[in-house]
Design a protein around this ligand. Structure first.
Ligand SMILES: Cc1cc2nc3c(=O)[nH]c(=O)nc-3n(C[C@H](O)[C@H](O)[C@H](O)COP(=O)(O)OP(=O)(O)OC[C@H]3O[C@@H](n4cnc5c(N)ncnc54)[C@H](O)[C@@H]3O)c2cc1C
Length: 602
C-alpha cells in the first residue's frame, strides 16, 4: 500500500502557481481492496448483462430493455453510489463514485442512461433537496424503482441554458406551479418516473424571473407528453426525447431549493457531470485499446502480425499514453474534491453543502477533464478504427459502435468550446477577485523574459528534476500569454474566443502533464521500478510541451506585434524547451508491453 498524504492544501486552478508534492496526489494504484471489489462488480455486470446485448440495446424498439437493465443495476446497488446511506444509498466518497463511473463508462448507451440517472437525475436532490424531498425520492432513485431524467435543454436554449422559455406559473393560492414548455434531447425521457425540470417562474404579471428555478416533476402529475425517441448518430440505445409540458401541475413543495436558484443548480450539477464524463471516457477508451491490441495480435499482413509494425505500435502506445494521463488527472482532481469535502465537514458544514462547495472549488478541473477525456476518447476510437483497417469500418466489428458512441461526449455536459471558455473565465475571475494569486507570478514572468536567460544546467538529485523545471516553465508560458492577453484586451478578452481556446489548451495540457509526472514519481518512490510508467509520463510531457508551444504561438501571433511579439515568442521558446528524447523507443516499449499481454495494462 502506498503512503498517502493528500489533504485539501490546494485550491481549484492553483496548480498554475503552486507546486504539488508527489506524496500529496492520489493515484489509482492507491484504490483499496474494497474499491477494487466495487470496480470488479461493475465490470462483471457489464460483461454479463451489457456487452452481450449491445446490438439488442441499440436496436430495441422500446426503452423497456434499457429500463430493465437499469433495474438490474439497481439490484446490484450501482444506482445508489452517491446517495447518502440514510436515504438508501451507499454514500460512497467522490473518487469511489468516479471509479464506478470509469468502469461503467465502457457500457455504451447503457452508461449514458446510467450516468444520466445517477448523476444529473439524482444529484440535484442529494445536493439541494430538503429532508422531505430526499426522503420521498432518493430511496426510490437509489434502488432503481424510479428512474430520473434532467430537463434543461430546449430547442432554442442549449449552451445558453439560462435563456429557456419554459414557464412555471404559481397558482393564486400558492399551492402549485403550472408548467408549460418544451424540452429537448432529454436522456431517459421515455422511461423516467421523475423529471428535474428547469423553468422560469412567472407569477402572473407576465414578467418571468431572470433566472431558472428547478422542479421535481413526477410523470404522474399529468400534462407531460413526448415525441418518439430521436434518431441519433450513436448511443442509439439511449432513450433521448423531446418532452412537452402542457399545464403540468407541480405541487409548490416540489420546488427544488429556492426560486431563481435553478441556474446555479444546473451549473453545479454539471460540474459533477463533467469530471465524471472525463473518467467515463477513460473507461470506454481502455476497452477500445484492448480491442485494438487483440485485433492487431490476430491480423496478419505481409506474412506477419500487424502488431509487429512500428506504425501500429505507435498508435497503440499513443492511445495508452493519453488514456493513462487522463485517468491520472481525473482521480487527482477527484481526490482534491474528496479532501475538501472532508475538511469542510470537519469544520461543521453539512454533507450536501460540503459536496457542493468542493465541486464549485474544483469547477475549473471538472471543465478541463470533460474536455480532455472526451477528446482523448475521440482520438482513441479514431485510431482504433484505423488499427482495424477495413474491419474498422464494418458494423459487425466493435470499432463502429465505439466511434459513433464517443462523439456525443464533446457535445453534452456543455460543449467543449463552452468548457474551454469556462476554464479560462473561471481562472481569470478568481484572479480578479483575489482568490487566485496569478498577478504576482505573472509579473515575475514578464520580468524574467526581459532578463538574460539562466543557462545553468545544474539540477538537484531528485526524480524528474529536469522535467519539473519543464513544468514550471509551462506554467510560466501560460502566465505570460494569459497576462499579456488580459493586458491587451482587458474586459474585451471574452470576445477573443480563439485566444481563450488557445489558453485553455495550454492550461489543460499543463495540468495533465503535471498530474502524470506526479503519479509516476509517487509510484516509482513506492515500488522502486516504474520504467514503463516513466515512458508514459515522459512521452505525455513531450507532447504537452509541443501543444503548449503551438497554442501559445497561435495566441501570441494573434495579438502581439513588433518588439512585444519578438520578446514573447522568445519567451515561449524558452519556456517550452525540453531535452530531446527518443520517443520512438518509449512508445515501442509501451506498445510491446501491451502487445505481450494482449490488453491495456496500465
Ligand atoms: C444525445 C444527447 C443527449 C442529451 N441529454 C440531455 C439531457 O439529458 N438533458 C438536457 O438538458 N440536455 C441534454 N442534451 C443537450 C446538450 O446538453 C446540448 O446539446 C448541448 O448543451 C449543446 O447545446 P445545443 O445542442 O443547443 O448547441 P448550441 O448551443 O446551439 O451550440 C452549437 C455550436 O455553437 C457553439 N457555441 C454555442 N454558444 C457559444 C458561445 N457562446 N461561444 C462559442 N461557441 C458557442 C457550441 O460549442 C457548438 O459548437 C443532450 C444532447 C444530446 C445530443
Amino acid at each position: 500500500m502506498i503512503a498517502t498524504e493528500h489533504k485539501a492544501t490546494i485550491k481549484g486552478g492553483e496548480f498554475l502557481i503552486k507546486e504539488t508534492a508527489a506524496s500529496q496526489v492520489f493515484i489509482p494504484e492507491e484504490f483499496s481492496e474494497e474499491q477494487q471489489m466495487i470496480a470488479a462488480t461493475c465490470r462483471e455486470f457489464l460483461e454479463r448483462e451489457i456487452w452481450p446485448r449491445l446490438d439488442e440495446i441499440d436496436h430495441a424498439k422500446s426503452p423497456e430493455l434499457i429500463a430493465s437493465l437499469m433495474d438490474k443495476a439497481g439490484e446490484l446497488g450501482l444506482l445508489g453510489t452517491s446517495v447518502p446511506e440514510e436515504f438508501g444509498g451507499f454514500g460512497m466518497n467522490f473518487n469511489t463514485s468516479m471509479l464506478v463511473t470509469e468502469v461503467t463508462g465502457a457500457g455504451h448507451s447503457f452508461s449514458v442512461a446510467l450516468s444520466a440517472h445517477t448523476g444529473i437525475g439524482t444529484l440535484p436532490i442529494v445536493y439541494y433537496g430538503n429532508e422531505e424531498q430526499k426522503a420521498k425520492y432518493l430511496p426510490k432513485l437509489a434502488s432503481g424503482e424510479w428512474k430520473a431524467a434532467y430537463c434543461l435543454t430546449e430547442p432554442d436554449s442549449g449552451s445558453d441554458a439560462n435563456s429557456g422559455k419554459t414557464r412555471a406559473r404559481l397558482s393564486e393560492d400558492g399551492k402549485y406551479y403550472t408548467l408549460n414548455g418544451q424540452k429537448m434531447w432529454i436522456t431517459n425521457g421515455g422511461f423516467a418516473d421523475l423529471f428535474i425540470v428547469f423553468a422560469k417562474v412567472d407569477d402572473g404579471s407576465g414578467q418571468a424571473d431572470k433566472n431558472l428555478s428547478a422542479f421535481l416533476v413526477e410523470k404522474d402529475f399529468g400534462g407531460i407528453t413526448m415525441n418518439e425517441p430521436e434518431h441519433k448518430m450513436g448511443i442509439k440505445g439511449s432513450d433521448t426525447r423531446q418532452i412537452f409540458f402542457n399545464d403540468c401541475q407541480v405541487p409548490a413543495e416540489n420546488l427544488l431549493s429556492t426560486r431563481g436558484n435553478g441556474f446555479k443548480i444546473a451549473v453545479n450539477i454539471l460540474n459533477v457531470g463533467r469530471i465524471k464524463l472525463g473518467v467515463a471516457a477513460v473507461g470506454g477508451a481502455k476497452k477500445v485499446i484492448t480491442n485494438a491490441i487483440q485485433y492487431a495480435n490476430e491480423r496478419q499482413q505481409f506474412g506477419t502480425l500487424i502488431s509487429s509494425f512500428g506504425a501500429i505500435k505507435h498508435k497503440l502506445a499513443e492511445m495508452a499514453v493519453k488514456v493513462y494521463a487522463c485517468e491520472t488527472a481525473c482521480y487527482r482532481a477527484g481526490q482534491n474534491i474528496d479532501d475538501l469535502i472532508e475538511s469542510l465537514k470537519t469544520n461543521g458544514m453539512s454533507d450536501a453543502d460540503a459536496k457542493l462547495k468542493a465541486l464549485e472549488q474544483f469547477a475549473i478541473e471538472c471543465a478541463m477533464m470533460k474536455v480532455h477525456g472526451s477528446e482523448v476518447l475521440d482520438y482513441v476510437v479514431d485510431e482504433g478504427v484505423q488499427v482495424y483497417g477495413g474491419m474498422g469500418y464494418s458494423a459487425d466489428a466493435p470499432m463502429d459502435r465505439a466511434y459513433r458512441d464517443a462523439r456525443i461526449n464533446r457535445i453534452f455536459e456543455g460543449t467543449n468550446e463552452i468548457n474551454r471558455m469556462l476554464t479560462v473565465d473561471m481562472i481569470l475571475k478568481r484572479t480578479m477577485k483575489g482568490e487566485l494569486d496569478l498577478m504576482g507570478p505573472a509579473m515575475a514572468v514578464v520580468k524574467e523574459i526581459m532578463s538574460i536567460p539562466d543557462f545553468s544546467t545544474e539540477e538537484e538529485e531528485v526524480m524528474f528534476a529536469a522535467e519539473k523545471k519543464v513544468l514550471r516553465n509551462l506554467k510560466k508560458a501560460v502566465l505570460m500569454v494569459a497576462g499579456a492577453a488580459v493586458q491587451k484586451f482587458m474586459m474585451k478578452l471574452s470576445e477573443e474566443q480563439e485566444i481563450l481556446m488557445n489558453l485553455a489548451d495550454m492550461v489543460i495540457e499543463t495540468y495533465v502533464a503535471e498530474s502524470v509526472l506526479l503519479r509516476v514519481e509517487k509510484l516509482a518512490n513506492a515500488q522502486g521500478d516504474a520504467a514503463l510508467q516513466k515512458d508514459l509520463a515522459l512521452t505525455y510531457l513531450h507532447e504537452a510541451v509541443e501543444k503548449v508551444n503551438n497554442a501559445g504561438r497561435a495566441a501570441i501571433t494573434s495579438f502581439a506585434e513588433g518588439d512585444e511579439l519578438r520578446v514573447m515568442l522568445m519567451g515561449l521558446k524558452r519556456f517550452t524547451k525540453i531535452e530531446p528524447l527518443n520517443l520512438k523507443e518509449t512508445r515501442r516499449r509501451i506498445a510491446d508491453a501491451m502487445i505481450a499481454e494482449n490488453k491495456y495494462i496500465f
